[in-house]
Write a protein that binds this ligand. Structure first.
Ligand code: FES
Length: 163
């Protein structure tokens, strides 16, 4: 029931979005997916069929293309989307402990979004800043050389913002 209401709400914007792209032109796939990601914050699975019908592409092909890019997500993110680096340098600098702390205090498991949609937690491979390990990103803000004290402050701060 919840999903069908969600799809009903989304159908109108997707029709409008698709109307900007020519029918059956497969080169429109990436721009459409990018626009969907911007519009909804993720790629709602229920709407990818609409994209497939518009471009005359099978949904599994659309999935395969989208899954190739880290940029695309298939689940809604939390208000605070937390990415924690699990690359070697960050792992050695304690990111596993930080992950446990985040899961415990925010009540969200790695790779998922909390029920209230306040937090989502994503594990990343190297985020390209190994010299600043351990690295954490929350929405658009990067945190470098995160110490346990920093993490406590960060958790308190984002919890305060959502209470
Ligand atoms: S291993 Fe974390 S930024 Fe490279």
């Amino acid at each position: 029931m919840r999903i069908s209401i969600f799809v009903f709400i989304m159908k109108e914007p997707i029709a409008e979005l698709l109307s900007k792209y020519p029918v059956n032109r497969k080169e429109g796939l990436l721009p459409i997916l990018q626009e969907m990601q911007r519009e909804y914050g993720f790629l709602p699975e229920e709407l990818l069929g609409e994209v497939g019908r518009h471009l005359n592409l099978p949904v599994n092909k659309i999935f395969a293309v989208a899954a190739f890019y880290d940029y695309f997500r298939f689940k809604p993110q939390g208000h605070h989307h937390i990415q924690i680096c699990r690359g070697t340098a960050c792992h050695l600098a304690g990111s596993s402990t930080y992950l446990n702390e985040l899961e415990k205090h925010l009540k969200v498991k790695a790779g998922s979004t909390s029920r209230d949609r306040k937090f989502s937690l994503e594990l990343m491979n190297c985020m390209g800043a190994c010299e600043s390990a351990p690295v954490l990103r929350i929405n658009e803000t990067f945190y470098h050389h995160v110490t346990p004290e920093d993490l406590t402050r960060i958790i308190r701060s984002i919890k305060d913002k959502t209470d």
